[in-house]
Design a protein around this ligand. Structure first.
Ligand code: TYD
Length: 253
C-alpha cells in the first residue's frame, strides 16, 4: 500500500497530500486541546462528528454561494478539500459576549452585542494567537486591503448562515472562528473559507436552557464533550449512522 505524504499535523487535524494537484485530504483526529494545548484529551468519536459537521456547514455555505475549500467527504474521518494558501489570521465573529471578549472588556458572558463584531487574531500558537488590528495586518503584509474587505464579507455571510441554521434547531450561535485561504484560478486569485467549521471552533448554547454544546464543555469541565457534539449533529440531522453511537440514554428521545 502506498504511503501518503503528510503535509501538516495540527492539534485536531492532519493534512495529507491529495490525489490530484491542488487537493488535500483533511483527517479529523479525536484529540481535544485547550489553553494552547496545556489541557489535552482524546475524545473517541469527536473526529467523526467534526468531519460530518464541517461537511454539513461547508456544503450549506456552498449552496448559498459562499466559496469554501470543501470538495467531498471520503470516509468517516477524512474529507477532500482544495489546497489553499492560508491567511495567518483567526477570524472571529461574535454575536454575544463570551470568552476572551468578556474577560478583556468586563462584559458579562451572554450579553447580546449591538451588532456582530469581527476580530482578528494572528495565527501563532507560540504567541497564543494574539489579538491584532487591521493596522498590524496591513503593516506586516498578512493581508491586503482588498483581502480584508473580502474577509469581512465572508465572515459576515458565514455568520448569517450559521446563525440561521443554528437558530432553526434551537441553538444560539454565540461566536465562532473561521480561517480563510487564497486560491489561484488562472490569472485570478480569490479568498475562500478553509480549515473547518465545527463545535471545536464555535460557541453554541441551547436557546432554552443555555446549555453549552461546544468545546467549552471540555475547556471548563462541564460534562461529556461527545454528548454535546452528538446533540448538535442530531439536531441538524447529520448524525452518522455507523459511528459515534449515543451512549447516554438521556439523549435518546
Ligand atoms: P475567544 O473567546 O477569543 O477565545 P477562547 O475560546 O480561548 O475563550 O474565542 C472566540 C471564538 O473563536 C470561540 O468560539 C473559539 C474560537 N476560536 C478558535 O476556535 N480558535 C482560536 O484560535 C481562537 C482564538 C478562537
Amino acid at each position: 500500500m502506498a504511503r501518503r505524504k503528510k503535509i501538516y499535523e495540527g492539534k485536531a487535524k492532519i493534512l495529507y497530500e491529495g490525489p490530484e494537484p491542488g487537493t488535500i485530504v483533511q483527517y479529523f483526529k479525536d484529540d481535544a486541546t485547550a489553553f494552547n494545548a496545556e489541557k489535552k484529551a482524546v475524545i473517541e468519536g469527536k473526529g467523526v462528528l467534526n468531519n460530518r459537521l464541517s461537511e454539513f456547514f461547508m456544503t450549506g455555505l456552498g449552496q448559498i454561494g459562499v466559496p469554501n475549500h470543501f470538495i467531498k467527504r471520503l470516509n468517516m474521518r477524512e474529507q477532500l478539500v482544495r489546497s489553499v494558501e492560508i491567511i495567518p489570521l483567526e477570524i472571529i465573529v461574535r454575536n454575544y459576549a463570551a470568552g476572551t471578549m468578556s474577560k478583556r472588556l468586563g462584559i458579562e458572558e451572554g450579553t447580546q452585542l449591538p451588532r456582530p463584531i469581527v476580530e482578528y487574531c494572528y495565527k501563532d500558537d507560540s504567541l497564543g494567537d494574539p489579538l491584532v488590528t487591521e493596522e498590524h495586518i496591513a503593516a506586516f503584509g498578512w493581508a491586503s486591503q482588498q483581502d480584508m474587505d473580502d474577509i469581512l464579507s465572508l465572515a459576515l455571510r458565514v455568520n448569517d448562515f450559521l446563525s440561521g441554521v443554528m437558530m432553526a434547531v434551537g441553538i444560539r450561535l454565540v461566536d465562532f472562528k473561521i480561517e480563510v485561504g487564497r486560491v489561484f484560478d488562472g490569472d485570478f486569485q480569490r479568498l475562500i473559507v478553509a480549515d473547518e467549521i465545527s463545535p471545536d471552533s464555535c460557541r453554541l448554547w441551547d436557546i432554552e436552557t443555555g446549555q453549552k454544546l461546544d468545546k467549552d464543555v471540555f475547556r471548563r469541565d462541564l460534562g461529556d464533550l461527545k454528548d454535546a457534539y452528538t446533540e448538535v449533529a442530531k439536531r441538524l440531522g447529520v448524525m452518522p449512522k455507523t459511528a459515534a453511537p449515543i451512549t447516554k440514554p438521556t439523549l435518546i428521545n
